[in-house]
Ligand binder design. Sequence first.
Ligand SMILES: [Zn+2]
Length: 113
Amino acid sequence: MHELSIVMSIIRIAETESAKNNAIKVEEIELEIGDLSGIEITAFDFAWQQAVRSTLLEHSKRKINHIPGEGQCMDCAAVFPMQQLYEPCPVCGEHFVSVQKGKELRVKSLVVN
Ligand SMILES: [Zn+2]
């Protein structure tokens, strides 16, 4: 499952950062997940519940910032909100669109203890 491997890599990041700070647990973790990142939040949540057991993220407060999709037309330079990838430009109908926002998937901050 795609989401599980993402959760595993987030856990690895948290473990590495905590080790650097001699921390034994993560109080809070803040994630940024773009709406165009391909992550299914329900599946992500399920994978999270399973994967964080017995890790230092088990009792962490988790915040998720959703980043809405935004594209820019390569032809007419219009900037517009994107609900999904491969959406054509609403102004000229062109398909050469560069995704400006919404593909983010990162750990924004960690509070360790
Ligand atoms: Zn356009």
